[in-house]
Design a protein around this ligand. Structure first.
Ligand code: H2B
Length: 102
């Protein structure tokens, strides 16, 4: 199983995920809100991210309202943030960039 990152390791990893990802308030998780041009692009992002999540067997908590996608990442099995979350966050940033969201 992937190892839970310490608060310091999490902060260091978050620096590589700027702009956008922050420590979630009140729980051990990281979060980012993505805002796309419209629903079509938001859902396109979610579709690609979902395929990535399935491939890696690591899944986001997320909420979509029209063109906004709120994402929270944590490793439930580990009770915190692991390298799997950092990897998925990086992949999501790359997918969002394909839709022009930096
Ligand atoms: N996703 C996330 N975010 N955390 C997990 O601990 C997790 C997961 N566990 N996806 C996986 C699935 C596990 O339940 C399966 C059985 O591999």
């Amino acid at each position: 199983m992937a190892e839970r990152l310490s608060a310091e390791a999490r902060k260091a990893a978050l620096l590589e995920l700027l702009p956008g990802w922050t420590d979630a308030l009140g729980r051990e998780a990281i979060e980012r809100t993505f805002v796309f041009k419209d629903f079509n692009e938001a859902f396109g992002f979610m579709t690609r991210a979902a395929l990535m999540a399935e491939k890696t067997d690591h899944h986001p908590e997320w909420r979509n309202v029209y063109k906004t996608v709120e994402v929270v990442l944590a490793t439930h099995d580990a009770g915190g943030v692991t390298a799997l979350d950092i990897g998925l966050a990086k992949a999501m940033n790359a997918i969002a960039r394909q839709f022009g969201v930096v």
